[in-house]
Design a protein around this ligand. Sequence first.
Ligand code: DAH
Length: 350
Amino acid sequence: MEDKINEIKSDLEKDLANVKDLNDLTLLKVKYLGKKGLITDLTSNMKDLSIEKRKEVGRIVNEIKEEVLGKINALEEELKNKELTLKLEKEKVDISLPSRKLKRGSRHPFNRIVEDVEDFFVSMGYDVVDGPELETDENCFRLLNLPLGHPARDAQDTFYIDEEYLLRTQTSSVQARTMQGNIEKTPIRMICPGKVYRRDEDATHSHQFGQVEGLVIDKNISLADLKGTLELFAKKMLGENTKVRFRPSYFPFTEPSVEVDVSCFKCGGTGCALCKQTGWIEVLGAGMVHPNVLKMGGYDPAIWSGFAFGTGLDRFAMFRYAIPDIRYLYTNDIRFLEQFDRKDDENEIK
Ligand code: DAH
């Protein structure tokens, strides 16, 4: 028995010395303390012994068991610590390394203008509304006092889908929708920025461009309200010193109609290439909502009046950022788009 125990002890020392990781240790545990392990084996012929002997062997076996367990546990602790240190070592983060640059997108110049326009009108209590780009002839023309065969339709080279459906040529279509949609016929204050489509294309025209429409309907709305609103709007978009001029004009959906010029923000009105030496740049169409349009929208012109206006958004973007060709706005060249964070800081007109 004693020999056996000594043998186990010396084997254990050797085995312990060979343990490299926790896996090895588990195997070693099984070898010595498992159900068929070397130590358990010591008690295999106990039943043949006298009670006295049995007691003694039991004590000795327990002792050696404790001893082996103690050694195994100590080694286990040591190995676990070693593994943890190794893991921490491996996962070390070098906080002095420069971070990877995140590629930041930038806001499209067109959207910058739209956001400014929305900010201005929302601050004046307007709703921002939306309308579909695929429109009906009815909303785009007929309800705006442009019946079939009206000569002003020719000016708007329309992409027709079929007899009734078309790509809207003007956001004015949303005037018709908003009046129709307002079942209770309450006052309206809305703008609608959006895309429109026409069949021309050159450096200053694109088959697709942006407009913003405005419509106000209430009681006692007059041309003075229109003038005041558009004057403030022009100053907000093009600078405090901007002067505004109204010229009589014609639009089928307004009466009277005006075209709105702003003093040239490049030369300040003295005349330059941008304003073709006139000192003025035309930016808006507007007028008092035509009684026919009010009637077709369900508003009694004897009670209600209103004004409307429409303007090209791309032109504002081109003015503000000195963009020479409108088509740049629609090609989405990243090198073109990236410039505008910087330009906004330099040019911001407040
Ligand atoms: N829809 C016109 C256009 O595309 C612009 C316009 C002019 C809109 C006068 C209006 C307006 O609301 O009253 O040329």
